[in-house]
Design a protein around this ligand. Sequence first.
Ligand code: FAD
Length: 459
Amino acid sequence: MPDTAEDTYDVVILGGGSGGYACAFRAAELGMTVALVEKAKLGGTCLHVGCIPTKALLHAAEVADTAREGSQLGVNTTLESIDMAGVNGYKDGVIARLHKGLLGLAKAHKVELVEGSGRLLDRSTVEVDGRRLTGRNVVLATGSQPKTLPGLEIGGRIMTSEQALALDTVPERVVVLGGGVIGVEFASVFRSFGSEVTVVEALPRLVAAEDEAVSKVLERAFRKRGITARTGVAFAGATQDGDVVTVSLEDGSTIEADLLLVAVGRGPVTEGLGYEDAGVTLERGFVTTDERLHTGVEGVYAVGDIVPGLQLAHRGFQQGIFVAEEIAGLAPAVIPDSSIPRVTYSNPEIASVGLTEAQAREAHGEVETYEYNLGGNGKSQILQTQGFVKLVRVKDGPVVGVHMVGARMGEQIGEAQLIVGWEAHPDDVAPLIHAHPTQNEALGEAHLALAGKPLHAHS
Ligand SMILES: Cc1cc2nc3c(=O)[nH]c(=O)nc-3n(C[C@H](O)[C@H](O)[C@H](O)COP(=O)(O)OP(=O)(O)OC[C@H]3O[C@@H](n4cnc5c(N)ncnc54)[C@H](O)[C@@H]3O)c2cc1C
């Protein structure tokens, strides 16, 4: 079909996930005409098979643990059973409501949603089912998909997070391959639902991207919960026979399970979409951009998981907004990846922002750290959780890293992010009052201590 005036937009966006739709909404707010091409459902990975469904499962898991452990507080409850149909109904209800809300927002913003699989024809044209959309600017936002290992085929009892989110029964024995964020979140859910869980991780520790001290607390807590972590040992192979999947490891050991969840990372969705033919540079499948998310091809930008860096929904939102503002000529400020908050919603939760102690030493030389143990925090005692708030500061300088672990500590990330983002010194934070009794006080106490005036802590 030839180009027509109606098919010409200020911005054509390929992919309606976190990065793509954020860009679409902001561009529309700024008065631009926008076409948003999506082959599946608006909201992408995060809404349909990522953040939202996993967090719904984790909440159901928390309720299961609460029921199981009520008698420890003198509340005599027992966990009768997990009804996966009920759990999935709850999870899918949350997704459906949010999806409906997003569709409403797209309509309100007058973003034209184009259903179908799109392909970049040249720097200003995206083709969808024979229809050509012309954009003064084009934004690539096709996201990511689960990876597997060479020779490990997904199917049957070997699955990725996508199939694991749709299980209709609780498996008795699960092996989780990969001890990163997605792996430990699923391990946590399965354990709370009653499965026997083993996490296999080739690196020496779980959540290896986090500060080492955080991994130690998580591993200890998982051990206490009965989750086995096989770290420092590589996966060798897996076979399926009837109802059993047998996982072999490089050390010669084998583990039998009902389900093998492959959580070894996510790769970019960029193959066969015409990117390279249009002049866009790919590196290991990821789109190369400058720090302003420009691909080097005039008028073509990329956002979200296809851009190397942290694969997080809120990074996608920020990048989408950034690109819309960049196109509008607003010259938005570049946000470094180190200022992006990271939360792992397992039990216990992990929340961090900025540099780990090791990274800070490498970047800044001399650093000071302080670890405030949640043992001294009233609310954490009430919740019966263990963990800490660890601060990393440049010697006599700003706080460059905050690392937290413990039940519900994800909720503390907001203030931690402001502290790191504003390059605050412990002395700047120490006078601020933190409400009692909250877990938030632990963040305040850590800064008081690092400023040389500890309250509920030893100096
Ligand atoms: C199990 C799991 C849990 C997660 N939990 C969290 C969390 O708690 N917090 C967090 O911040 N992040 C989380 N993430 C990561 C988060 O989902 C991603 O970072 C985010 O979705 C990336 O957004 P995106 O827009 O780059 O890509 P996506 O969300 O993947 O969206 C890309 C979209 O493009 C569409 N598309 C692809 N190719 C085409 C084409 N050719 N034509 C048309 N459309 C196309 C796809 O259908 C998709 O809708 C999780 C991910 C997973 C898998």
